[in-house]
Design a protein around this ligand. Structure first.
Ligand code: ADP
Ligand code: MG
Length: 405
């Protein structure tokens, strides 16, 4: 479902961009007054159409803030060029009023205010120039009713700010809601794992307690044995400590989601250790098989959360005694992680529903795990694919762009 969603958006984006490019080229070629005598201005317009088209086409590949700022500046330069180059086309002034509307689409407050400020400074300079120096030579219609046009411009900026305020507020709320759901799902997962982990911690505690009881009763073994006992106790406590810290590593609140270099092998190892006791509840083993040294640029905790969700699903789908197998390898410029189970499998219809909020076939499921996984994968330009057949098992392929060291 999530894949379809991205697909439709991309299709919509590229068809809109294609329409925009066609309109820009049409403006360049059809009935253009500059065509009578090709000037430097026309050449500049031509170059700008190419630059703007390339930027729009490349944008989905570089969803970075710097690229958004570049797009905002290119759009401003493009519309201001049209304004100066075609003074008889009065509608170019409308474009100038709505230049910051381009920045609204990025839902980034800083870029929007930057674009608004830039546009206002440029417009003030234009009005001053027209009022004091131009004398109606360049923009006759603006000069004729300067005050009216200034009021129109202020009105348009107010409308843009209002639209931005409403849409940005909504997006922020949605983001907050998503973060809360992610946190709630994490707590639920942690709660489920905690029961299994508690079981795991009981063994080391029993061992340590047993030794301490011996010492309490003054049954003092030889020096040699004492040393061995202490190192055994420390070893057991280390195991318990490790299990607890693994559990905490996915339970932390999602505030610090900075991008770091994630060692895939270490992440798989750590998640496997964490889920080891959960698997034991139904005698399911998690086997790490063929894992190459590979790295991805993402947030460590989010990648762990994604792996925990998917491996936990695999365990829950498995029959008693079956194993879940993990592999990781580099493939072209991507890191490909596979999670394989021989469990209940899914029909094509069920696979389509994955990622839909609250879709779950389990009595105690939340149906949020896969939605969160798809979101995390999309955030780091990764993908999750399912291959499954009913009652035979499922292979989940998670792929992320490789981070070369
Ligand atoms: P939850 O685990 O809380 O039910 P998820 O979003 O993690 O929610 O999973 C949604 C549903 O997808 C599960 O209820 C299950 O029916 C199905 N599913 C996910 N992974 C597998 C798998 N490896 N094998 C079979 N079914 C799966
Ligand atoms: Mg799940």
């Amino acid at each position: 479902m999530r894949e379809d969603y991205i697909y439709i958006n991309k299709k919509l984006y590229y068809s809109t961009v294609l329409a925009v490019i066609i309109m820009m080229v049409a403006g360049l070629l059809i009935d253009n007054p500059q065509l009578e005598r090709v000037s430097a201005g026309y050449f500049f317009h031509f170059i700008l159409v190419i630059v703007a088209s390339v930027c729009l086409l490349l944008y989905p590949k570089y969803l970075t803030r710097s690229f958004r700022i570049i797009l905002t500046i290119v759009a401003s330069v493009y519309f201001y060029t049209l304004f100066f180059l075609y003074p008889d086309t009065w509608s170019t002034f409308i474009f100038l009023c709505f230049v910051p509307a381009v920045a609204i689409l990025f839902f980034d407050a800083k870029i929007f205010y930057f674009s608004l400020l830039l546009n206002n400074v440029c417009i003030i300079l234009i009005f001053v120039y027209i009022g004091l120096f131009d004398q109606g030579y360049l923009q006759v219609y603006l000069k004729r009713d300067l005050i009216g046009n200034v009021i129109n411009f202020i009105g348009s900026q107010a409308i843009i700010c209002f639209i931005f305020y409403i849409s940005y507020g909504r997006i922020e709320k949605q983001q907050l809601y998503y973060e809360q759901i992610q946190q709630a799902e994490r707590l639920k997962t942690t709660g489920q794992l905690a029961a299994a982990v508690a079981h795991e911690i009981r063994n080391p505690l029993t061992v340590v307690k047993g030794f301490l009881q011996l010492y309490e009763k003054n049954i003092l073994p030889s020096d040699q044995s004492q040393k061995r006992h202490f190192s055994l106790m420390i070893e057991e406590l280390n195991t318990a400590e490790e299990v607890v810290s693994q559990l905490l590593s996915i339970a932390k609140p999602s505030k610090d989601t900075e991008v770091e270099i994630v060692d895939v092998r270490a992440a798989l190892q750590s998640v496997t250790e964490l889920l080891h006791s959960y698997g034991l509840l139904n005698e399911n083993k998690i086997e790490i098989n063929k894992v190459e040294a590979c790295y991805i640029a993402a947030n460590n905790m989010e990648i762990k959360q994604l792996l925990v969700n998917i491996i936990k699903n695999a365990i829950e789908a498995s029959k008693t005694g079956d194993s879940v197998t993990l592999t990781a390898k580099r493939k072209k410029d991507f890191v490909e992680i596979k999670v394989m189970d021989q469990g209940r499998g899914m029909s094509a219809e069920e696979i389509k529903s994955l990622g839909t909020p609250f879709y779950s076939l389990k009595s105690k499921g939340t149906g949020l795990g896969m939605m969160i996984c798809y979101n995390i994968a999309a955030k780091y330009k990764g993908s999750i694919d399912f291959q499954s057949s009913k009652d035979k098992g499922t292979t989940v392929t998670i792929s992320f762009p490789e981070q070369k060291l």
